[in-house]
Design a protein around this ligand. Structure first.
Ligand code: BDP
Length: 602
């Protein structure tokens, strides 16, 4: 599946805007076939947006189950004789889509795109009704997992991660067209040979019985031809390449054209960054140079819009990363809108791309809310069926993001139960499939609370990724004891001989809460002091090649006694004002960059 784009042979139009919206707690809509007529509702919902916080209604905010969206669209007469498709950036977490009275798509998984070919239904020059059923339920067979508890007051959703379960149509929806004979897929990998850049592409083609010719032209940023080749798969060589590198979003355009004799029948343009990524011992190399990850774990999260993609918020977040002197971030805990990766590509920001598999750990009652530890991996909990969904998510993630130069790593799961004796057999097939689909990028999982002697998974992965909270959830308020514990654990990981990235370390701080005492939890001073302690330990450890603070900004969680109006570990508030910790990191990261970090670090 390729992204919709405009060009000589393709066209797209966004269906974003206000759609009719209706809650359906009793699943009446499925039985009564609500797609057959205009939705009986006066509610309107913006698309893209999470539906939870837009209307001042607790029932909508906490809704568990089905909701319905409806709009209509016009198929331009000029689309006659071409294929017409509809592509959803995401629907969280399950969706069914009808055009008129016909079911055209069903999709599971809330953070990746899907599409349907609606050529036979949406005739050129016709008006069509589009109905979408979105369901937000999480179970042991969804990624991420959860359970639904029936209560006398209706179902309640529980899950094993802390961020709010925002739902709805979070990303743009595109009506688009392609020719019948068309490019259906394109994979690009790059390499460096001295000063030359090598670009290998592989295009798949469908819909043309006779022989169609593929011509690929790589253009530099001025539009000049840098290299050209023919064939479904070939290598392009740029004798003197402008490499994509951290801080340098140098891109080329790969123009892939499909010809029937001399007639152009399709064209697809893919931006390409020439770079290499590799792990060498305990070093993480980009273009052969040691790279140190400076940045944060983020969330797609904002007031009112929830998890929806928003260009204004995105550009502002990137501006704040630059203000911080950060060079990277992690898409915790799910794949972000693809626009975010495009931006990172263009601006040379390095991305750790995470699958939506968060909360695969039932061994900690404090986190699950169960009264005892449960076996994480079992036929009744995280099972083979869950693993199939997990594999689907990984496949869709790699399919969508593999051509982005900014993406340098895949994270297969956040904080799975890596101490479980069953963890290995669960993860081995996932690791094998990831490596088969993308042999070019290192892989990892983020490790919670499992030192190397108990971790069943570390050796399957290329990079050690640690989420640690010494000084917050443990040794709370006691930074000396926390530092001892952190140093002791880091010393164990050093022996593994792999790069270590701290993918999370952080303390909650309520912006504006202060103390002259250095052990007062929730104050800006304590957050700053705790981060400072971690940074001191990192500086003493050559194997630590990354520091991603948790979190970039405060974010919404379900209401509960552990969280005050959300998770406050942000170094920015939810409305993006800096806390004291942001200034600390800003000073450090700019200083490191001025000293030649990250590229010249040895
Ligand atoms: C980590 C999770 C992250 C949480 C964080 C916390 O990976 O999603 O927000 O803990 O508790 O374990 O703040």
């Amino acid at each position: 599946m390729l992204r919709p784009q405009d060009g000589p042979t393709r066209e797209r139009k966004a269906l974003d805007g206000l759609w009719a919206f209706k809650l359906d707690g009793d699943r009446q809509g499925r039985a009564e076939r609500w797609w057959r007529s205009p939705l009986n509702t006066s509610l309107e919902m913006p698309v893209p947006c999470s539906y939870n916080d837009v209307l001042a209604d607790t029932r909508i905010r906490n809704h568990v189950g089905d909701v319905w969206y409806q709009t209509d669209f016009w198929v331009p007469p000029s689309w006659s004789g071409r294929r017409t498709l509809i592509q959803f950036g995401s629907a969280t977490h399950q969706a069914s889509v009808w055009v008129g009275e016909t079911l055209v798509a069903e999709h599971e998984g809330g953070y990746l795109p899907f599409e349907a070919d609606i050529t036979q239904l949406a005739l050129a020059g016709s008006h069509q009704r589009l109905t979408v059923l979105v369901n937000n339920e999480l179970s042991y067979t969804t990624i991420p997992p959860g359970i639904i508890v029936d209560t006398p007051h209706g179902p309640r959703q529980r899950f094993f991660h802390d961020f709010f379960n925002y739902a709805g149509l979070h990303r743009s929806i595109w009506l688009h067209t392609t020719p019948t004979a068309r490019i259906t897929d394109l994979t690009v990998t790059t390499n460096i040979d001295g000063r030359a850049g090598l670009v290998d592409y592989e295009a798949t083609v469908a819909g043309g019985s006779e022989s169609l010719r593929v011509v690929a032209t790589l253009r530099d940023r001025f539009g000049n031809e840098a290299a050209t080749a023919e064939g479904h798969a070939a290598q392009l060589r740029v004798p003197v390449a402008e490499l994509w590198a951290p801080g340098q979003g140098n891109l080329y355009d790969l123009e892939v054209q499909l010809f029937r004799e001399s007639q152009l029948v399709d064209q697809y343009v893919q931006s390409v960054g020439i770079r290499t990524v590799e792990v060498d011992g305990a070093r993480f190399l980009i273009n052969g140079q040691p790279f140190r990850f400076l940045g944060a774990g983020k969330h797609e999260d904002g007031a009112v819009r929830g998890r929806a993609h928003d260009d204004t918020a995105m550009v502002h977040d990137f501006a704040l990363l630059e203000w911080l002197g950060a060079n990277s971030f992690r898409t915790s805990h799910y794949p972000y809108a693809e626009e975010v990766l495009d931006y990172a590509d263009r601006h040379g920001i390095v991305v750790i791309d995470e699958s939506p598999a968060v909360g695969l750990n039932l061994s900690w009652p404090q986190l699950t809310g169960f009264d005892k530890p449960l076996a994480t991996f079992s036929p009744e909990t995280i099972s083979d069926t869950t693993r199939e969904r997990h594999l689907d998510a990984i496949r869709e993630l790699i399919q969508r993001d593999r051509n982005h130069p900014s993406v340098v790593m895949w994270v297969l799961a956040n904080e799975p139960d890596s101490a479980s004796p069953d963890a290995r057999s669960y993860f081995e097939p996932l690791v094998a499939e990831t490596r088969r689909l993308d042999p070019t990028r290192p892989i990892g999982f983020t490790n919670m609370l499992t030192p190397p002697d108990r971790c069943q998974l570390a050796e399957l992965f290329d990079v050690v990724m640690l989420n640690r909270y010494y000084g917050w959830y443990f040794q709370s308020g006691n930074l000396r004891a926390a530092e001892d514990a952190l140093r002791a654990e880091v010393a164990q990981w050093q022996h593994i001989g792999r790069p270590i990235i701290f993918t999370e370390f952080g303390a909650d701080a309520i912006a504006g809460l202060h103390s002259v005492f250095d052990d007062v939890l929730w104050t800006e001073e304590y957050q700053r002091a705790m981060l400072k302690m971690y940074l001191r330990v990192f500086d003493d450890t050559t194997e630590v090649v990354g520091e991603h603070v948790w979190a970039f900004a405060d974010f919404a969680t379900p209401s509960g006694i552990r969280r005050v109006d959300g998770n406050k570990k942000g170094i920015f508030t939810r409305d993006r004002q800096p806390k004291a910790a942001a200034h600390l990191l800003r000073e450090r990261w700019h200083r490191m960059s001025a000293q030649g970090f990250p590229l010249d670090a040895g």
